[in-house]
Design a protein around this ligand. Sequence first.
Ligand code: FES
Length: 107
Amino acid sequence: MAKINYIEANGNVHTVEAEPGISAMEAAVKNAVPGIDGDCGGAAACATCHVYVDPEWIGKTGPAQEGLEKSMLEFAEEVRDTSRLACQISITPALDGLQLHLPERQH
Ligand code: FES
């Protein structure tokens, strides 16, 4: 299991235990983390799972992938260099402690 921390814009932190193999979107939806809807079910087709990876973690998750993920992020608001679609971040034991910040408008 890996502990994933979802940090709301107001500072509220939601820590969930995620099993390796699922996505950071699925872990959030399963645990009713506010601000991550996952409307398209993880197909990189809705951007309701937009998160900012904490700068200290972006080296481990990697940046947004070329193709589907990057093009869908064009529809998200306030995109930054650390923006990712949580459904495209696959949980691995190496991501234990991962910090994901939620955009202000998603809640
Ligand atoms: Fe739709 Fe991630 S769940 S883009």
